[in-house]
Design a protein. Structure first.
Length: 253
């Protein structure tokens, strides 16, 4: 428990005050359990002393860890307080500017359960994850697959950019600049979500083999004309073939 790891005298005094003055027997029992753990007794000793189950004791300690002394208070009966949706959605949008790892959680993606935990911890708001899940679309927060990106930075980035700018500055008929790239062409039909009847699944015929075709192309930096070659394998031979075609057609570009 983080809160137990850092023992504050003010909180222990507040726990003692609750034990001596509250008329809520359940709150008194929970506060006494937390105080005994703070004083160094084991969970087994506290459970035996208060005749409480280990699961109940762990639950009380979790409440205290999340919300402090206020988390031990008995919840009121009747209809729960209506939550301020606009305020909660505003907090969620602020959280989305960060990643769970930046807030100390060992996960890369947000979940409604983690949102609920942080709302409780940061704002003392008790709200179920299913309620948050129902509010997210109305707040403009959608379920979307993250895009992978390369974290490694090129140590020679400045030098390479300087060489590219120098080549562009000297771009001429005698020293042309080309923008080159390769692309994979999938020959299998693309299969994705589609509208259809509930009890029927659409069938899409495929060739039976995951065949691909590859193109290598070059864009002339001045004229905008494109030269390309194709092949069944993306190897250095494909790039060499492109260079040979550029050499043969350079006068026409």
């Amino acid at each position: 428990m983080n809160r137990i790891a850092f023992l504050y005298g003010a909180e222990t005094r507040r726990l003692k005050k609750i034990i001596h003055k509250t008329r809520d027997r359940d709150l008194c029992r929970r506060a006494n359990a937390v105080l005994l753990v703070l004083k160094g007794k084991t969970k087994s000793e506290v459970a035996n002393l208060l005749q409480a189950g280990r699961s109940s004791l762990n639950r009380w300690l979790k409440w205290y860890d999340v919300a402090g002394v206020d988390g031990l208070k008995t919840k009121g009966v009747g209809r729960p307080v209506r939550q301020n949706r606009d305020f909660i959605c505003g907090v969620l949008k602020i959280l989305l500017k960060y990643t769970p790892r930046t807030l100390g959680y060992q996960r890369s993606r947000w979940s409604t359960e983690l949102f609920a935990l942080l709302l409780n911890k940061l704002c003392n708001i008790q709200i179920h994850s299913s309620t948050i899940r129902r509010w997210l679309p109305k707040a403009g927060i959608v379920w979307r697959r993250a895009a992978p990106t390369l974290y490694i930075q090129d140590p020679d980035k400045k030098e390479k950019l300087a060489a590219i700018r120098e080549a562009l500055a000297d771009n001429s008929v005698d020293h042309p600049v080309f923008y080159q790239d390769e692309v994979d062409i999938h020959l299998n039909p693309k299969i994705g979500a589609d509208w259809g009847l509930r009890d029927e699944q659409r069938k899409v015929a495929t060739p039976g083999q995951n065949k691909k075709h590859y193109l290598a192309g070059a864009l002339h930096g001045q004229t905008g004309q494109i030269v390309y070659v194709g092949g069944e394998r993306k190897t250095s031979d494909l790039f060499i073939e492109l260079l040979e075609k550029l050499k043969c057609t350079s006068s026409d570009l």
